[in-house]
Write a protein that binds this ligand. Structure first.
Ligand code: 5GP
Ligand code: MN
Length: 334
């Protein structure tokens, strides 16, 4: 981050303020970790901070410290709009464009308070007065650690803040496996563990927390998997009827997309999940190596993300979406 931006932000934070902190829609571990980490940090300096999430966060993140204070815009639009309108400063974390908050974008567009963006996605929009955007980072949480450190406040990171930051680094790095995991990432992790983070308990809370039905749903997803070996591609579909039959709750499909990559020789994988309420097929893409799923999602499925992990959507039927996908893949040389 630029030195003059740091100074300006230090100045902004030098007196207590009403501050709204916003993750992207359907927040993941990194979005929740970074917003809650920043929330606990700002409370220490007597700010009236509050996290306003565009919609509900998944159940497997409900244990996170402070999650019970998070306001959900889609559940309480009136109150959340008031909070946003009264905020003197707005942080947007883990996303690069205001449309990533869904309907809440209309409210954000009308605000006059300055925005601060901290994010690691490609091609950030220019809505923020201060933009800390760097795609070399594997997570926004790692950037938050740097952000707090560059404000000269590293010493205020306590176990609670560290727990939030740890969670985002862990989840966005695929448990420290993805390519952007560096020596520095591990040094930060070491520091967080020294601060008391329960580094064996957190993965248990996140990953050993499934219902029986979730595992059955996973079984169905794996049976639905189609492989296109000549294009090194595998994909999974889940219809709304299938989700319903396993009593799907938000978060149940998290991580399923990655199974495609566990097949030998497969470097591109996708999962197509029908959402009847929103009348869309929500898509996640993952790749290993050079194939750029961010570009693929942007060009063909109205989405984006990172080179090896991206998402998008389709508003045609599942069958038509799959036909389109297979057609695109059949022309790919991976
Ligand atoms: P996931 O597949 O886990 O939902 O998302 C993978 C990555 O792609 C995340 O960094 C996420 O923020 C991004 N992403 C997911 N869906 C979309 C989308 O519809 N549009 C854009 N621009 N990015 C997305
Ligand atoms: Mn992230």
């Amino acid at each position: 981050m630029k030195k003059q931006d740091i100074q300006a932000i230090q100045e902004l934070l030098s007196t207590p303020k009403k501050i709204a902190i916003i993750p992207h829609r359907s927040p993941d571990g990194d979005a929740m970790g970074s917003t809650l980490g920043l929330y606990h940090f700002l409370l220490k300096y007597n700010h009236q901070a509050i996290v306003v999430s565009p919609n509900e966060f998944p159940d497997f993140l409900a244990w996170m410290p402070g999650s019970e204070t998070v306001k959900i815009f889609e559940k309480d639009k009136k109150n959340c709009t008031k909070i946003l309108e009264e905020a003197e400063l707005i942080f947007t974390l883990d996303f690069n464009a205001l449309h990533r908050v869904g309907e809440m974008e209309n409210v954000l567009n009308k605000l006059s308070a300055p925005f601060i963006m901290i994010d690691h996605h490609q091609s950030p929009d220019s809505y923020a007065a201060y933009t800390y955007s760097d795609t070399s980072f594997g997570s926004t949480c790692e950037m938050l650690y740097n952000f707090i450190s560059s404000l000269g406040k590293r010493a205020t990171i306590d176990k609670t803040i560290a727990t939030c930051i740890y969670t985002g680094i862990l989840t966005d790095s695929g448990s420290f496996r993805f390519p952007k995991t560096t020596g520095t990432t591990h040094r930060i992790i070491a520091d967080l563990i020294d601060l008391g983070v329960e580094n064996t308990e957190i993965p248990t809370l996140l990953y050993d927390n499934s219902s029986y039905e979730r595992l059955q749903l996973l079984g169905r997803a794996l049976q639905n998997m189609k492989v296109m070996p000549e294009h090194k591609t595998a994909y999974i579909t889940l219809t709304q009827a299938e989700l319903d039959s396993f009593n799907y709750i938000k978060g149940d499909t998290e991580g399923i997309v990655n199974y495609g990559l566990s097949i030998k020789g497969i470097v591109f994988t996708a999962i197509f999940i029908e959402n009847a309420e929103e009348k869309i097929i929500k898509i996640s893409f993952r790749s290993q190596g050079n194939f750029d799923v961010n570009l693929f999602a942007r060009e063909h499925f109205n989405g984006g993300g990172h080179r090896n992990a991206a998402g998008g959507k389709s508003d045609i039927s599942m069958e038509e979406t799959i036909r389109k996908f297979e057609n695109l893949v059949s022309k790919l040389i991976i």
